[in-house]
Design a protein around this ligand. Sequence first.
Ligand SMILES: NC(=O)c1ccc[n+]([C@@H]2O[C@H](COP(=O)([O-])OP(=O)(O)OC[C@H]3O[C@@H](n4cnc5c(N)ncnc54)[C@H](O)[C@@H]3O)[C@@H](O)[C@H]2O)c1
Length: 274
Amino acid sequence: MKTLLVGKIHPDAEELLNNIELQKADLIEEKDYLDIEAVVLRVFTPFKETEIKRFPKLKYFVTCSVGLDNIDLDMLKERGIELIHCPGTNSNSVAEHTLYLLLSLLRSSKPFPELKGKTIGIIGFGNIGKIVARKLLGFEAKVIAFDVVEQDPEVLKELNVKMTEMDELLKESDIITIHVPYNRHTSNLIDEDKLQKMKEGSFLINTSRAEVIDNEALVRCQDKFKGIALDVYTNELRKGLKGNVVLTDHVGAQGEESFRKMCVKPVKEFLSKF
Ligand SMILES: NC(=O)c1ccc[n+]([C@@H]2O[C@H](COP(=O)([O-])OP(=O)(O)OC[C@H]3O[C@@H](n4cnc5c(N)ncnc54)[C@H](O)[C@@H]3O)[C@@H](O)[C@H]2O)c1
């Protein structure tokens, strides 16, 4: 299986690829890869129509990251290319990072508010949202959540979470953290109207994707927040934000254990195919 590895994966995953015919690259170049049958991708680089067309013989597309918004999934399906990915493998790392951002934001306000008794609103109650709620259990905070999918009452009871409507979450929360995927339904999900509905003096955290917040609206509405923490942001947003702002550079998933899992799991699944 002639395979192209794009970007740096965990050394344990790379070692697994030693026995196949492997080429390595930092990025997908502007050329045709006529004999490549599989791509293993780590970087957040687009794999859309332009890139897919450069691989006429592609059979497998292996991605060592959880978000799939850089990939044209419809085109992979049309071309019969099998997608191998790694959902859930980095959730713990992102959830820990969310707690790090949350506590950093609070502690850089003067006087700093304590978490006990505060209401935390989680938008997107999937893998990461649930782990964030689990980690918050010991803080004696109130946790509410909004999701478009109905949730298991047993899980909600165990995690001490109440599901609410979006508007209620926006109005009630002292701290809001966003964990939705980026797709055509969630692009600018947090628009000016929703930002206006959030509490004056609240805190906002986003570790999902920059595009789920209307960046220009956030710059306009920033003064109402006591703090904003982002793991994902555009340069324009970075330049436009002032005050209590904590920024990290899309490192939420980079926890050592999660990074290993995120690379080893899909590579093993790929190798088991032939
Ligand atoms: N910062 C990072 O490094 C990093 C790492 C991993 C994932 N992420 C991002 O976090 C996102 C969430 O990851 P996950 O593993 O929890 O995904 P997941 O699919 O398990 O959960 C996402 C949840 O969002 C819900 N959702 C979808 N549309 C919604 C909407 N309009 N309103 C409310 N809820 C909605 C879904 O029903 C689901 O429950 C990923 O898609 C990715 O973009 C970021």
